[in-house]
Design a protein. Structure first.
Length: 372
């Protein structure tokens, strides 16, 4: 009896789907990118404006609107002076949860000042004509300022109750500060939108402790996102090896530089060369060798199928890929490498309509949308 061509095609399609779902490498190859915009100079972050537009920061100190069709707008007026040196410059940007009614946003940058520079967080309003920032006000400035062009951290997350988290690096030359509570170096801070410390922060009222501190013992966090339960997930650069993913909970000490899975550049142990100690938090995941992580997003949509929903996505600057991390019971259980060779992934975000977007960091950086 002659076989039905439609039946043969259905069976072939079913077999192909099973092969992709059961073969991680084949599944990874199914991802592709669509170029939205090119010609961005070292872009660092993307936020999603109404009507399909994007707001992108460029590390040299520019913020610009990208039209839905990819056209680059002129740099916005009103951006404050930044220290555009080394890893410093204009870094993260997020829209306020009430942007549709108040047009407010937050951005962080390396701020010059007496003694050097530090990470600062500013609040501003985007003008109706998309040409400038208005009412710019720095609501947080890291202390103390030091002469360094490294480890600014600088990811911003708004919590469900309307507070702001900001990640801060240890400034590289001051790594021991990550273990003290009298500086902001190597900390996650939690503030209200006016810049003041919430009264329920863990170190409020403790002598010698800065009230904005939420967690400490971090190295250089360039990824942060709210998890499914509302907890703050972060990742940070290790030294040579030892990049980490953590859940930053109130008052917890994440160990740097007392414990680490990395080593000094060129070899040799850091401190005692230990990876754990009582009272210090262990990472949920660590990478050896380092992937140089930047950008972090949880996928909450079904745009990429049921297998990807709930996964965590992290960019790699060093190896130029996007990591897709499967989670189970709050732990990372499997990693897939997507988009290998795409370039230095600086940021990854999920748009309001459920698509994932990636920003690549180069002199001719791109804004890309992920497709399957």
């Amino acid at each position: 009896m002659r076989k039905n061509p439609a039946m043969r095609y259905t069976r072939f399609l079913a077999a192909a789907i099973v092969a992709v779902l059961t073969n991680p490498s084949a599944w990874a190859q199914a991802w592709r990118t669509e170029t939205i915009a090119s010609g961005l100079e070292n872009p660092w972050a993307v936020a999603f404006l109404p009507q399909g537009r994007f707001l992108v920061t460029e590390r040299p100190g520019r913020m610009r609107v990208v039209e839905a069709d990819g056209r680059l707008g002129k740099p916005l007026a009103g951006v404050p002076e930044v220290v555009a040196r080394g890893q410093g410059g204009l870094l993260d940007v997020v829209l306020d949860s009430g942007f549709d009614r108040n047009r407010e946003l937050y951005f962080c940058f390396s701020e010059p000042g007496a003694g050097g520079n530090s990470t600062a967080l500013a609040r501003a309003k985007l003008s109706d004509d998309l040409s400038r920032l208005e009412n710019v006000r720095v609501i947080f400035s890291g202390k103390p300022k030091v002469e360094s062009s490294h480890h600014f951290g600088c990811r911003i997350v708004e919590t469900r109750d309307g507070h702001l988290f900001l990640t801060l690096g240890d400034r590289y030359s001051r790594m021991r500060d990550a273990q003290t509570l009298d500086t902001h170096h190597g900390k996650v801070v939690r503030i209200q939108k006016d810049g003041t410390a919430p009264r329920d922060n863990p170190f409020v009222g403790r002598a010698g402790a800065l009230p904005e501190i939420w967690s400490y013992g971090h190295r250089n966090m360039q990824g942060a996102a709210l998890g499914p339960d509302g907890a703050l997930w972060t990742h940070e650069h290790g030294p040579q090896g030892g990049d980490e993913i953590n859940i930053a909970r109130a008052g917890r000490n994440h160990g740097w530089p007392v414990i680490t899975y990395g080593e000094n550049y060129g070899g040799g142990k850091i401190g005692e060369g230990i990876t754990e100690r009582a009272g210090l938090e262990q990472p949920l995941k660590y990478w050896v060798p380092s992937i140089a992580p930047s950008g972090m997003a949880f996928l909450t949509s079904d745009k990429y199928g049921a297998a990807a929903r709930g996964n965590l996505f992290v960019g790699s600057l060093k190896f130029g890929y996007l990591a897709r991390l499967e989670l189970a019971e709050g732990k990372v259980v499997r990693e897939h490498k997507l988009l290998e060779g795409v370039g230095r992934v600086r940021d990854v975000r999920q748009s309001p309509d459920g698509w994932l977007y990636v920003v690549t960091d180069s002199a001719q950086g791109q804004l890309l949308r992920l497709r399957q």
